[in-house]
Design a protein around this ligand. Structure first.
Ligand SMILES: *[C@@H]1O[C@H](CO)[C@@H](O)[C@H](O)[C@H]1NC(C)=O
Ligand SMILES: *[C@@H]1O[C@H](CO)[C@@H](O)[C@H](O)[C@H]1NC(C)=O
Ligand SMILES: *[C@@H]1O[C@H](CO)[C@@H](O)[C@H](O)[C@H]1NC(C)=O
Ligand SMILES: *[C@@H]1O[C@H](CO)[C@@H](O)[C@H](O)[C@H]1NC(C)=O
Ligand SMILES: *[C@@H]1O[C@H](CO)[C@@H](O)[C@H](O)[C@H]1NC(C)=O
Ligand SMILES: *[C@@H]1O[C@H](CO)[C@@H](O)[C@H](O)[C@H]1NC(C)=O
Length: 729
C-alpha cells in the first residue's frame, strides 16, 4: 500500500520534474548572458594573512610541545585545551574567560600555551562567521560514539579554520561541559551519559602546506585527548596506467579512486568490532560550523546533511567548479596583509600575552568580516550562493536536486524547503554528512558502480545512499538551515538563498513547527519506494547533466547484494589493480618552468637510460639523461656537473625524490646492482620527499619496475620531475 502511494505519485511527478528541468535549462541559458562583472572575484572575501613557512614551523614546534606536556599530564593539558577552545570566536572573550576562570590549577598552568597555540593557528587563516545558536542541541543526543572522517588534499587556505572547528566539534560531541557553557551561555543541565568522538584523516599527494597543518592538527587533537588517526602522505594516488604495448596512458576510474580514498579514511571503522562507532561524520574541505553538526546528529537518521553552496559573482565561475573555487581560495591569502605575531619569543608566553593574542584574533577577525561586508554592500554585483551538489542529491521522489527554485523538486517537500524546515530525501552528501554506522556492519564500503554487471556509472556517495536504501537504511534528511560552503560567506548566507531555500530556522522553532513529525511520517510513507533517477556527468565538466536522466528501480537488481558477495569472495574481483601507477609525480613546482618530456627519446623504454649528468650544487640545478646512445637535452643550468654511467644491464629500480614548493632538491636512485646515487641535496631541512617508485609501500612489487624516462619542468633549476616506469620483463 505504502509502496503504491509512492510509485503512483511518481508517474505524475516525472512529468513535473521534466517540466522543471526544462525550465531550469531555460533559466541557466538566461543566466549565461553577459553581465557587468566585478574586476576582482575575491573582493567580498575576508582576507587572510600569508602562511609564511617560519610561522608554520613555529606552530609545529609549539603544537608538539603541548603534545609532549600532555604525555606527562594528559588530563590537565586536555582540560586546558578545552578551556582554550572556549576562547575562540564567535564566543565573546569576556564570557569565555568567565566560564574558564575556575578550572583546576594543574590545567591553568597549561592554559597560556593552549590559548596561544589556538590563536596562532586561527590567525593564519580566514574564518567563516558562525553565528551563535544558543538553542541548537548542545551535544550528543545520547551515549554514542562518533568518528569524524575526512579526505584532505591541497586545502591549506581552509586548514586553520577547519582544524579548530573539528576540535570544537569533537569536544561538543562528547558534551564537554566548559565548551557547552561558553558556547551556549547558561547551560544548566549536565548530561549524565558519556559519549566519545575520534578523528580519522587521510591525506595523499598534497604539495602545499596541508601536510604541515595536519602535523599541527595531529599534535593538537592528541593533546586534547581526542583519539585520532592522521595519515599524511598516504600512498593512494589517482593512478595513471600505461598500456605496455601501445604506450598509451589512461587514468584510473575517478570514482574508484575517490571510493578508495574514502575507504582509507574509514579504515578505523572497518577494522574495529561492529558497534564500536554509532555514527560516522564525513566532512569535506568546507567551511562549516560545529554546532550545525550537532543539529544533524539530533535527527538520529541514517543519513543527515545540510546544503552546500558555491559562490558566483555575476556569471563568473569556471567550467570546472572545483578549480575555480580553489583559485578563489588562493585569493583569500593576501600577500599584503600584515599581521605580526604578538609573541616573538616562545619562552615568554604568559597568561596576559596569550589573552592579548586571542583578543587580537577576535578583533582582526571582526574587522576583516566588517570590511568584507562593506565591500559587498558597495559592490554593484553581489556574491550569489548557488546550491552545488546536484550530482548526488536526490529528493524524496528520487529526482535530482536542481539549481533553481525549488532545488528539491518533490511537491511533498517544496513547502518545507521554502520555510527552511528539514526535508526527507533519498540521497544527500553536500559537503558534510552524518551516517548511522550500524549498517556498515554488513560489510558495506564505498565503491564504484558495477558497470560490468550493468549498473549505471554514478558517484561513490550516490552508490552509498543506494546501498543504504537497499539495506533498509532509508531515513535520509536534509536540513536547509545547516549550510556549508567552499568559500567563506557573508551575512546574506544565513538568510533566504536562491533556489527557494528559506532563511535559517532556529532549532527550537523546528521542534515546535511539527516538522519533525512530518519528517517521520514522510519517512514511513516512502520507506519502500525504490525509485531513483540516474543522471550522468557532463562531458569534460564535473557537473550533472540534468537533461539526460533515466529512471532506475533500485529493487530490480540488488547491486548491493552483488557487491557484498564480491567482497566475500575476493578472488572473483581483483581488488588490487593488476598494474601499478607507472607515472610517479610531478614532484616540486610543476607550475613553474618549461615542460620537458624525454619519453619519446627513450622510445618507451626501448632505449634504456645509460648516463645521467647533473649539477650537484645547492639543489638540482640541472639534469641531463642519455637514453641508449641518444643524449637528451640538458634541463636547468649545468654547474659543476657530475655524470653517472650505468653498466649494460644495470637499471634504476628505486627513486626517492626530495622536493620543496619551489624546486626539486635532489634524488636518491638505487640501481639493480644495489648502487646508491645521490644527486643534489638529499634530506634537506625543509621540504618533502616521496617514494617515486611504482606501488610504494607494496613489498611484493618493489624492484619489479625499471625507470625508463624523466619528464618535468625546468628554468634555471629543475622545478619538478615526473618519473615514468615500466615493468621489468
Ligand atoms: C539564561 O538564564 C536566564 C535565567 O535563568 C534566562 O532568563 C535567560 O533567558 C537565559 N538565557 C539564554 C540565552 O538561555
Ligand atoms: C542506526 O540504525 C539502526 C537500524 O535501523 C537502529 O537500530 C539504531 O538505533 C540506529 N542508531 C542510532 C545511534 O540511532
Ligand atoms: C539486497 O541485498 C541485501 C544483502 O543481501 C539485502 O539485505 C537487502 O534486503 C536486499 N535489498 C533489496 C531491496 O532487495
Ligand atoms: C653530491 O653532493 C653531496 C653533498 O653535497 C655529496 O655527499 C655527494 O657525494 C656528491 N655526489 C657526487 C657524485 O659528487
Ligand atoms: C654554481 O654553484 C655554486 C655552488 O652552489 C653557486 O655558488 C654558483 O652561484 C652557481 N653558479 C651558477 C651560474 O648558478
Ligand atoms: C642505499 O640507500 C638506502 C636508503 O638510504 C639504504 O637503506 C641502503 O643501505 C643504501 N645502500 C648502499 C649499498 O649504500
Amino acid at each position: 500500500m505504502i509502496r503504491g502511494r509512492c510509485c503512483r505519485d511518481m508517474a505524475v511527478h516525472s512529468l513535473v520534474v521534466a517540466l522543471l528541468m526544462l525550465l531550469s535549462v531555460v533559466q541557466l541559458r538566461a543566466d549565461n548572458a553577459p553581465k557587468e562583472e566585478e574586476e576582482d572575484l575575491g573582493f567580498f572575501m575576508p582576507m587572510a594573512p600569508e602562511q609564511k613557512p617560519e610561522k608554520l614551523q613555529r606552530l609545529v614546534t609549539i603544537a608538539k610541545d603541548i603534545r609532549e606536556k600532555a604525555q606527562k599530564q594528559p588530563e590537565a593539558v586536555a582540560l586546558a585545551i578545552s578551556a582554550a577552545a572556549c576562547t575562540l570566536p564567535p564566543v565573546p572573550l569576556e564570557r569565555a574567560l568567565r566560564v574558564i576562570k575556575d578550572i583546576p590549577s594543574a590545567a591553568q598552568e597549561h592554559l597560556p600555551a593552549a590559548v596561544d597555540l589556538l590563536a596562532s593557528i586561527r590567525e593564519l587563516g580566514t574564518a567563516a562567521e558562525c553565528l551563535q545558536h544558543p538553542n541548537t542541541p548542545h551535544g550528543s543526543p545520547g551515549p554514542l560514539s562518533y568518528i569524524i572522517a575526512a579526505n584532505l588534499y591541497e586545502c591549506e587556505a581552509i586548514m586553520p579554520f577547519w582544524i579548530l572547528e573539528v576540535l570544537r566539534l569533537a569536544l561538543l560531541l562528547r558534551n564537554d561541559p566548559l565548551l557547552q557553557q561558553a558556547y551556549f551561555h547558561n547551560v544548566t543541565t549536565q548530561t549524565n551519559f558519556k559519549s566519545t568522538a575520534s578523528i580519522s584523516i587521510y591525506e595523499s599527494g598534497s604539495q602545499d602546506a596541508t601536510v604541515t597543518w595536519l602535523r599541527v592538527a595531529e599534535a593538537l587533537w592528541t593533546a586534547a585527548a581526542i583519539p585520532n588517526t592522521v595519515v599524511i602522505n598516504g600512498v593512494l594516488t589517482r593512478q595513471t596506467l600505461m598500456d605496455p604495448f601501445s604506450g598509451a596512458f589512461y587514468k584510473q576510474h575517478r570514482i574508484e579512486y575517490l571510493a578508495s580514498l574514502r575507504n582509507a579514511a574509514m579504515e578505523p571503522v572497518y577494522t574495529s568490532a561492529p558497534g564500536t562507532y554509532d555514527y560516522v561524520i564525513f566532512i569535506n574541505d568546507v567551511f562549516f560550523c560545529a554546532p550545525d553538526m550537532l543539529r544533524l546528529a539530533a535527527f538520529e537518521g541514517d543519513i543527515a546533511c545540510g546544503l552546500d553552496f558555491e559562490v558566483w559573482i555575476g556569471n563568473k565561475k569556471g567550467r570546472v567548479s572545483g578549480v575555480t573555487q580553489r583559485f578563489l581560495r588562493r585569493l583569500m591569502q593576501s600577500k599584503t596583509s600584515s599581521v605580526e605575531t604578538i609573541v616573538a619569543d616562545d619562552s615568554v608566553i604568559t597568561w596576559q600575552t596569550a589573552v592579548e593574542h586571542m583578543s587580537k584574533v577576535h578583533v582582526e577577525e571582526a574587522a576583516r568580516q566588517a570590511a568584507a561586508d562593506a565591500r559587498v554592500q558597495a559592490a554593484k554585483i553581489k556574491p550569489r550562493y548557488e546550491f552545488y551538489d546536484t550530482w548526488v542529491s536526490r529528493d524524496i521522489g528520487g529526482s535530482p536536486y536542481g539549481k533553481t527554485d525549488p532545488i528539491a523538486r518533490d511537491y511533498r517537500t517544496i513547502d518545507l524547503l521554502h520555510r527552511g524546515l528539514p526535508i526527507p530525501a533519498k540521497c544527500c552528501w553536500n559537503g558534510m554528512v552524518i551516517l548511522n554506522a550500524t549498517h556498515l556492519a554488513r560489510g558495506l564500503k564505498f565503491r564504484s558502480s558495477l558497470t560490468v554487471e550493468g549498473e549505471y556509472d554514478i558517484s561513490e556517495c550516490s552508490l552509498f545512499c543506494e546501498d543504504y536504501r537497499r539495506l533498509g537504511a532509508t531515513n535520509v534528511v536534509v536540513d536547509p538551515s545547516v549550510r556549508v560552503s567552499y568559500l567563506v560567506w557573508t551575512k546574506e548566507f544565513h538568510g533566504k538563498l536562491p533556489g527557494g531555500v528559506g532563511a535559517k530556522v532556529p532549532w527550537s522553532l523546528i521542534q515546535r513547527s511539527g516538522a519533525l513529525d512530518e519528517l517521520q511520517s514522510l519517512w514511513r510513507d516512502t520507506k519502500s519506494c525504490m525509485k531513483m533517477t540516474w543522471v550522468p556527468l557532463k562531458k569534460y565538466a564535473e557537473e550533472a547533466d540534468l537533461e539526460k536522466y533515466r529512471a532506475v528501480d533500485l529493487a530490480s537488481v540488488n547491486y548491493t547484494d552483488i557487491f557484498l558477495e564480491h567482497l566475500k569472495h575476493p578472488s572473483s574481483t581483483p581488488s588490487k589493480p593488476a598494474t601499478c601507477n607507472l607515472i610517479m609525480g610531478p614532484y616540486g613546482a610543476s607550475y613553474e618552468g618549461m615542460a620537458f618530456d624525454d619519453l619519446s627519446l627513450s622510445a618507451f623504454g626501448k632505449n634504456p637510460i645509460t648516463t645521467i649528468t647533473y649539477s650537484n650544487t645547492t639543489e638540482l640545478q640541472s639534469l641531463q639523461v642519455e637514453y641508449g646512445s641518444k643524449p637528451g637535452l640538458s634541463h636547468g643550468t649545468p654547474n659543476a656537473t657530475s655524470t653517472v654511467t650505468l653498466s649494460s644491464d644495470e637499471t634504476i629500480d628505486h627513486v626517492i625524490v626530495y622536493f620543496s614548493e619551489k624546486a626539486v632538491s635532489g634524488m636518491l636512485l638505487t640501481t639493480s646492482n644495489g648502487r646508491n646515487v645521490s644527486m643534489g641535496v638529499i634530506e634537506p631541512e625543509h621540504g618533502s620527499y616521496a617514494w617515486a617508485t611504482p606501488c610504494p609501500g607494496d613489498a611484493d612489487r618493489a624492484g619489479k619496475y625499471r625507470l625508463i624516462s624523466f619528464a618535468g619542468t625546468a628554468d634555471k633549476v629543475v622545478r619538478s620531475v615526473t618519473l615514468v616506469w615500466t615493468p621489468k620483463e
